[in-house]
Design a protein. Sequence first.
Length: 476
Amino acid sequence: MTLSMNIVVLLYLVASIFFIQALKGLSHPTTSRRGNTFGMVGMAIAIVTTVALIYKTAPAIATSGMVWVLVGLVVGGAVGTTIAFKVEMTKMPEMVAFMHSMIGLAAVFIAIAAVAEPAAFSIADAKGAIPVGNRIELFIGAFVGAITFSGSVIAFGKLSGKYKFRLFQGAPVVFSGQHMLNLAIGIAMFAFGAWFAANQSWPAFWAMLALAFVLGVLIIIPIGGADMPVVVSMLNSYSGWAAAGIGFSLNNFMLIVAGSLVGSSGAILSYIMCKAMNRSFFNVILGGFGGETAVAAGSKEQRPVRSGSADDAAFLMENADTVIIVPGYGLAVARAQHPLKELADKLIEKGVKVKYAIHPVAGRMPGHMNVLLAEAEVPYDQVYEMEDINGEFGEADVALILGANDVVNPAAKDPKSAIAGMPILEAYKAKQVIVNKRSMASGYAGLDNELFYMPKTMMVFGDAKKIVEDINKAIH
């Protein structure tokens, strides 16, 4: 069958529909596997169609270069498969940041190749020059890709939390004149980009790329750990726009559609995250959230709290009518989701109503807690989003908080607090509150949590997995 452009466009349209269905499927845990399947099938259609198109339009180039394409697919596929099998759920946020960085770097490499050999990409005119419109598209795709790459590398370091390098620390990195420096670099980057668009100047292109790499670092280092879920979704959006920009340059319909889907969905998710934190998107990007507050919080004296044991927690919960569980990053670190599922099942057998309360920014990336609970096969009808569960805390006998801090901090109700107005899970309204933490250390926002000092709150210190397992043993 002859591969006409009409067939190519039709196949790309089918792949686009699969991508849209993938996004729709990933919007809910019950359909997430189906969404992943749609995404994989759509990408397979897009890859096969693109390879066939290359053979049709440039058979000589395809024959000589296809070996490298296949090598790249095999190596990349093997690495991706290995990572997917080995990565722990607690490491998922930094893996997502790493993937974003690779997408950004790919956009940069494609832009460099297109500028170096425009004829190979069919974007050169009769004199071998790149049309001005394509130069602008290459400039935009390249600088967005560069910012995505370097910014994602910094986000990876901050999310991993295991590197000593200062820029990879969770605390914001701020200095005097930071915003003015970012502005100056941004203006210079656009100036060099305009120079490249006007004259197709290689030095201008390289200078623009270098500044974009630096800017990507500078816009992420002042962002504190409390805002990292927004950063993850923001970088996801950037990677999509980078791909779309390169798609325009290469006149590739599939890249434009797929990049636009990723870019727009990432932007919407960033807005949802900011709304969940009562934060302005631009305020997050300008950074520094929790920096000064954390220093102040760290200097406070330790106040007395009421502590208890796993046996005490078991007694409270097995004699309750309703228990609401609030999972946090501490649960993820301890990998306690499986014993937690066992605990919930035991309580349900005793006639206790058990529900899970999920905050939109709990953990270190959007949906982190939902993924953990799904891994433990927690029934979806027991999992509730913040707006659906908050009204029930006042009637709950026990709120069990596992490794969560900022998302249950009543300081959000204080207009003078650094997190004032941030929507929280209102666990403080429950009749009894059990909080499991390793220590009294503050959360990512660096703020003391008044909930821990309330008379009705019992602190149970220790590793979440061990504590939950001990509670299971204590329930008869």
